[in-house]
Design a protein around this ligand. Structure first.
Ligand code: FAD
Length: 419
């Protein structure tokens, strides 16, 4: 039997990761009187963009984590549990204990599921025998240990089919590892391959020439349409499904001394099996307003939403104020004022100290934050490294998670009409 349902919460936010905390802060700042609740099971909050730098020995892991309790905005309630079912037709969610919460508006931000189990052998192999991934907090330091230890042999890097969070992260791990081997004069003895399930190095072509220079510098064997399908940690072999010259896919097994795996990624189970899901399992929102296409009391942002932007913190930083503006408009019975342009960003760490700063919106349109004379994102620059190492973590902790919308002011419909 389910518990009796109490008064509806004004704004119920599912997920207290990057997007969930940011949107809570943005809504609370705009209208402090609203009852806002965040449902989040984890006591620890992670700044995942830092894990690439942990895997290269630049950050300590501790720099990338904080307690959730310290980040939930004052005046916002935190329920430490998770949602197991969504019932948007009743404006309700069901929690782990079977009780329900009713809401006036729902903001869904439960991120995505790293599907380690989709690759036979992978879960058991991780963390030993040279098998690692910067996609896990506890394994990023192991990446750096392995990189330092490897003197010779074969190093493999994998990228699964899109969409994944931070599409550049698999190759960032490659470049920073290779840069270390280059500086240690080990590249003659280390054979590097990038097994990419996709057909291109990076989805926005303007950044590819700069990246290709590093691919050549690090003598990387680029293998497109090559997807990891199994791994044997103890035997140190990885099996790929690869497209051959005849266009047919065939399985190829390769030995390795080091392998960095980026896992396949899907919508969380509770979302995929719910009425909120679109055809590919992601929450089916309007690309511009981030309102659900069928349930007007539901918004979604961050990695879980169906909008075809790059799944990044940078995207969530821009999405949070858009959702805040639009959901208040729903409460007030106004038309939705704010639009999201698809902005996402991927700082490609091509060597220690230099970054190719990809910033783009829907359709691959370049959306640089800075004028080219200050920072040309299509070239490797020290300025972009400084931004990633020194400024972006502060913009995250002190700006985005606190409702200070630095570099994130939403475009409002009225402003568009005037323009
Ligand atoms: P998350 O931050 O993952 O948060 C989701 C939250 O929802 C979690 O706290 C989880 O516990 C909670 N949750 C899950 N299921 C439920 C449920 N059923 N009920 C309640 N709560 C639930 N982005 C950049 O901008 N730049 C970068 O350089 C960059 N590099 C990256 C490198 C790596 C290695 C990785 C892994 C990511 C990187 N990203 C980068 C991507 C970025 O971290 C994510 O896009 C971002 O964190 C997405 O925010 P989110 O809130 O949607 O998801």
């Amino acid at each position: 039997m389910t518990a009796p349902v109490a008064k509806p919460i004004d704004v119920l936010i599912v997920g207290g990761g990057s997007a969930g905390i940011a949107v809570a802060a943005s809504v609370h700042k705009r209208r402090p009187g609203l009852a806002i609740t965040i449902i989040e099971p984890s006591e620890t909050h992670y700044y995942q963009p830092g894990w690439t730098l942990v895997g290269a020995g630049v950050f300590t892991p501790e720099r990338t984590r904080r307690s959730t309790v310290d980040l939930v905005p004052k005046g916002v309630e935190w329920l430490r549990t998770s949602v197991r079912q969504f019932h948007p037709e009743a404006n309700e969610v069901e929690l782990q204990d079977g009780s329900r919460r009713r809401y006036r508006l729902l903001v869904a931000a439960p991120g995505l599921k790293l599907d380690w189990e989709a690759i036979p052998g992978l879960s058991a192999a991780l963390g030993q025998n040279g098998v690692t991934s910067n996609y896990r907090y506890d394994l990023a330091p192991y990446t750096w240990r392995l990189v330092q230890e490897l003197k010779s042999g074969r190093a493999l890097f994998t990228q699964p089919p899109m969409p994944i969070k931070c599409a550049g992260a698999p190759q960032k791990a490659l470049y920073l590892s290779a840069d270390h081997w280059f500086r240690q004069n080990r590249l003659n003895n280390i054979e590097i391959a990038f097994h990419n399930a996709g057909a291109v190095l990076f989805g926005v072509k303007d950044y590819v020439p700069a990246l290709m220079e590093y691919v050549r510098k690090y003598r990387t064997d680029l293998r497109f349409e090559s997807r990891l399908v199994a791994i044997d940690g103890r035997g140190r072999t990885a099996t790929f499904s690869e497209k051959g010259a005849d266009g047919e896919a065939a399985e190829v097994t390769r030995p390795f001394d080091f392998i960095h795996v980026c896992p396949p990624q899907v919508a969380p189970d509770a979302v995929r099996d719910s009425p909120l899901a679109g055809p590919a399992g992601w929450i089916d929102v309007d690309d511009a307003t981030l309102q659900h296409k069928r349930f007007e009391t539901v918004f979604a942002l961050g990695d879980v939403c169906s909008a075809p932007n790059a799944k990044t913190v940078a995207a969530a930083r821009k999405q949070a104020p858009v959702v805040a503006e639009n959901l208040l408009a729903v409460l007030d019975g106004r038309s939705l004022p704010a639009v999201y342009d698809g902005y996402g960003s991927c700082p490609l760490t091509v060597e220690r100290g230099k970054i190719v700063l990809a910033e783009f919106g829907y359709g691959g349109k370049l959306l640089p934050t800075f004028p080219t004379w200050m920072l040309d994102g299509t070239k490797p620059t020290r300025a972009a490294w400084f931004l990633k190492e020194r400024m972006l973590p502060e913009i995250y902790w002190q700006g985005m998670l606190k409702g200070r919308e630095w570099l994130a002011a939403p475009a409002l419909a009225r402003a568009r009409e005037v323009a």
